[in-house]
Design a binder for this molecule. Structure first.
Ligand SMILES: NC(=O)c1ccc[n+]([C@@H]2O[C@H](COP(=O)([O-])OP(=O)(O)OC[C@H]3O[C@@H](n4cnc5c(N)ncnc54)[C@H](OP(=O)(O)O)[C@@H]3O)[C@@H](O)[C@H]2O)c1
Length: 341
């Protein structure tokens, strides 16, 4: 790998459906120079691969879409190469919005979505981007703050074998709840119950989700943690318990669709059951990230929460690796390794 060349993926056209390499250019450019005070040059080591990037490529959402011609936006962990900031020194491992490129020029204090932060000592890039990263924190705030989880409740999680879902179900167990996971395929479903301690799982590819929810939740669903939207959300709404909560974390089933999905038929059950459905974006809780990481470190150290990462290698595989989320190829947190730490 040449240290004077920055390989980077730039967006050429808005993708339709799954990504194609031709939606981007993959070129070689000079490594950017830190010039201004606060500039920090970072060598990318790992990229986080997140469903929300598919939305960023497509349209404005909670942040503006990636502009045509820009480097593809993505979170990641890298090593500081040069620094004009008193907060970062060469050799530091940092987390931030590095993008699909070998070298990123971060500007200290710039908060497009999340400011760059140093990794705590002893935390590897893989841990920082999974169990102690955005997806672990999303599960934490989604279940505790939006779901307002209480001991003894029944919690149903969709996308349960993915990065956020595996954490939401395990945190539900830590909180003394019954956890039911919905995932695609027998291997993922067996992993949830046999390895992660979920009480039951539903294979949405081969089973009737509505019937299985009725069978597994005779007193209704207290919290439905939704990662997928669509027909599974509708089936969960139908089984809501009195004062049930729907945590709108994401709707991955809709991100590559060319048309907006039909509205949920069973939404009126929110009225009947005096329920609540609330969306959130994890970065809203940035000021409390330390609290969440401390709790997660405690649960992992006590053996109450297990982590799993799914690591692909090579910057040239960036579009193909993002597609893995939409073809159900990943189990656990999807990462892309760019260089050794
Ligand atoms: N609100 C926030 O702040 C926030 C933050 C992070 C993530 N999220 C959301 O959380 C969700 C999960 O994200 P993640 O990073 O943890 O990804 P992930 O769950 O690790 O990966 C995506 C998984 O989604 C499932 N999936 C894909 N297409 C599907 C479909 N059409 N129907 C049902 N399941 C489908 C696949 O698992 P199967 O094998 O089970 O199909 C796939 O492995 C996403 O909706 C994401 O946008 C929200």
């Amino acid at each position: 790998m040449r240290s004077d060349v920055n390989r980077c993926w730039r967006l050429v056209s808005r993708p339709v459906g799954l990504l194609k390499d031709s939606d981007f250019t993959f070129g070689e450019e000079p490594v950017p120079e830190p010039k201004a005070d606060g500039d920090v040059l970072v060598r990318t080591l790992y990229l986080s691969v997140d469903p929300t990037q598919r939305i960023w490529l497509d349209r404005d959402s909670y942040i503006p879409a990636i502009r045509i011609g820009d480097v593809v936006r993505a979170g990641g962990v890298g090593k500081v190469v040069r620094s004009n900031s008193p907060d970062f020194a060469p050799g530091d491992l940092v987390q931030g919005l590095l993008g699909w490129q070998d070298y990123a020029l971060l500007r200290a204090g710039n908060r497009e979505l999340l400011p760059a932060t140093k990794l705590p000592p002893g935390i590897s890039p893989e841990l920082a981007l999974s169990v102690f990263g955005v997806t672990g924190l999303t599960a934490y705030f989604g279940l505790l703050d939006i779901g307002r989880v209480k001991e003894g409740e029944t919690v149903v999680v969709s996308g349960a074998a993915g990065a956020t879902g595996m954490m939401a179900g395990q945190i539900a167990k830590v909180k003394g709840c019954r956890a039911i996971g919905i995932a695609g395929g027998p291997e993922k479903c067996a992993w949830l119950t046999e390895e992660l301690g979920f009480d039951a799982s539903i294979d949405y590819r081969s089973e009737d989700v509505a019937a299985r929810l009725r069978e597994l939740c005779p007193s209704g669903i207290d919290i439905y943690f939704d990662n997928v939207g669509g027909a599974i959300l509708d089936a969960a709404l139908a089984e809501l318990a009195m004062r049930g909560r729907v945590v709108l974390c994401g709707a991955i089933g809709d991100y590559t669709a060319s048309e907006a999905p039909p509205g949920p038929k069973n939404y009126l059950n929110l009225l009947v059951k005096r329920g609540r459905m609330e969306g959130f974006v994890v970065t809203d809780h940035f000021d409390r990230f330390n609290e969440a990481v401390s709790a997660l470190v405690g649960w992992v150290s006590a053996g109450k929460i297990k982590n799993r990462v799914d690591v692909q290698e090579g910057l040239e595989k960036a579009p193909a690796t993002l597609n893995r989320l939409f073809t159900s190829a990943n189990t656990g947190k999807q990462l892309l390794k760019i260089a050794a730490p």
